[in-house]
Design a protein around this ligand. Structure first.
Ligand code: GCU
Length: 436
């Protein structure tokens, strides 16, 4: 039995949190102690995102874009997420369902299957999309990478039932009529009400989330003859999930009803880690919204607080490339840290959501990473958090980088969605687009 399955699995699921993006259970690692005392988080020096590997300083946007940014992308590829392939030649989109009067006539529904080759047994992604019927097209879109099957978004009998890989039993589970949502998810109603489209896909369509899951996902489609596992600097599971988001973007660029230049990607927890890397790599995403992303996401790895690289190596090594594992006991030697991941998203808007009781994800470590990425945002003419003091609870900061720290646990609540939408309004609404 894989190690992570032996650990206590903690379901976080009070009513508000059972939204589409939060259907995850958290595996914790009680055997490796974790620190939750701020005074023991340790001293560390962060690599300067604005100094090239040859030691010279980056003083202008051009040098950042031409030299430093690609350098940092390569460092993440080599040491953390691994290299991912580009768009597959055999990619195809099948819009198998369109309804111009869905959800009681308020929305347009589309369902699309994205295929990567023409073999029947290959993985494929099913995307479900609702666009506000009345809104002027093309509309900005919120693209949610979900733990759950598409039928959990709305009790709409036309939604294709999913087949989702269960990460605990490591088996495929086919949804049936009883799996359908009993009511619209909060985010569906709110996103449409504010005039945006929403699209969702389940991450296990791309690759299941357990050790050995590689065999059932997209990565083998790119193996060289005789290759049976990714090389030490080739993509891990998170990079594969992020690659899947880029394939959805390939489709969105072909859809006349969607403004592909205003697409926000949203993910929570491990899927928060995923949207950060997806947005870092693929600059077609205009906005990244990552909640509770923690270690391997927005939290600084050099801080000894909550989950650390050691825990990741013990519990979820397959999320990252093999080269990453060597840093488990020496995070200070990692040539990158999360502030550099954030800087790759600059100058595009990035929102980080954290919660007081989610110490495992190190909320302060996420805040400090955003602070350390600010010089890059500023260099590119955008606004960082503009403070070095962690904001109090329930006092979100909404600049080009947005951040909130709310009371409560690791979960997606209505508080998250309301703030996300305020942030989206700020950057995507017609008025703000004109002002920018
Ligand atoms: C575990 C893991 C975290 C991850 C979380 C989740 O708690 O340790 O790194 O973010 O699961 O995805 O639910």
């Amino acid at each position: 039995m894989p190690i992570y399955m032996r650990y206590r699995v903690l379901m976080i699921g009070f009513a508000l949190s059972t939204t589409l993006a939060s259907g995850s259970a958290r595996a914790q690692a009680p055997r490796i102690p974790s620190n939750e005392d701020e005074s023991k988080a340790g001293d560390y020096a962060l690599p300067d995102p604005l100094v090239l590997q040859n030691g010279s300083k980056v003083n202008d946007a051009e040098t950042w874009i031409r030299k430093r940014r690609p350098e940092i992308v390569r460092l993440f590829e080599t040491n953390m997420h691994g290299r991912s392939p580009g768009r597959p030649e055999g990619e195809s989109f099948d819009v198998f369902d369109t309804d111009a009067h869905a959800l009681g006539g308020t929305a347009i529904r589309k369902q699309i299957t994205i295929r990567f080759d023409d073999r029947k047994e290959s993985p494929k992604i099913d995307v479900l999309m609702y666009l506000p019927e009345k809104a002027e097209k093309p509309v900005p879109l919120v693209l949610v990478l979900s733990f759950l099957g598409n039928e959990k978004l709305a009790p709409d009998p036309a939604i294709r039932l999913s087949t989702v890989w269960d990460r605990k039993t490591m088996t495929k589970r086919r949804a049936d009529e009883s799996s359908r949502a009993k009511k619209n998810a909060y985010e569906l109603d709110q996103v449409l009400a504010r005039g945006y489209g929403i699209a969702t896909l389940c991450y296990t369509d791309i690759e299941p989330d357990f050790p050995g899951g590689t065999a059932y996902g997209v990565r083998p489609l790119f193996f060289k003859p005789g290759q049976t596992a990714p090389a030490a600097d080739e993509w891990g599971a998170i990079a594969a999930w992020g690659w899947g988001l880029s394939r959805v973007m390939d489709y969105l660029e072909t859809d006349q009803d969607v403004d592909a230049k205003r697409v926000a990607i949203v993910g929570y927890s491990r899927l928060g880690k995923t949207v950060l890397w997806a947005g870092a790599r693929d600059t077609r995403f205009a906005m990244v919204i990552a909640g509770g992303s923690g270690e391997g996401g927005a939290a600084l790895s050099r801080r000894n607080y909550g989950e650390t690289l050691k825990h990741i190596k013990a519990n979820f090594p397959y999320w990252f490339c093999a080269n990453y594992q060597q840093f488990a006991d020496r995070p200070a030697d990692l040539p990158v840290d999360s502030h550099m991941l954030i800087s790759l998203i600059a100058p595009r808007p990035l929102y980080l959501a954290t919660a007081e009781d989610d110490r495992w994800a190190d909320p302060r470590g996420e805040f400090l990473a955003a602070v350390a990425a600010e010089p890059v945002y500023r260099l590119l003419g955008a606004r960082g958090l503009e403070t070095t003091d962690m904001p109090p609870l329930n006092r979100p900061i909404l600049h080009t980088i947005g951040f909130h720290y709310r009371p409560g646990k690791h979960a997606v609540t209505t508080y998250e969605w309301d703030r996300y939408l305020d942030f989206i309004d700020m950057h995507f609404s017609k008025r703000s687009a004109r002002e920018n």
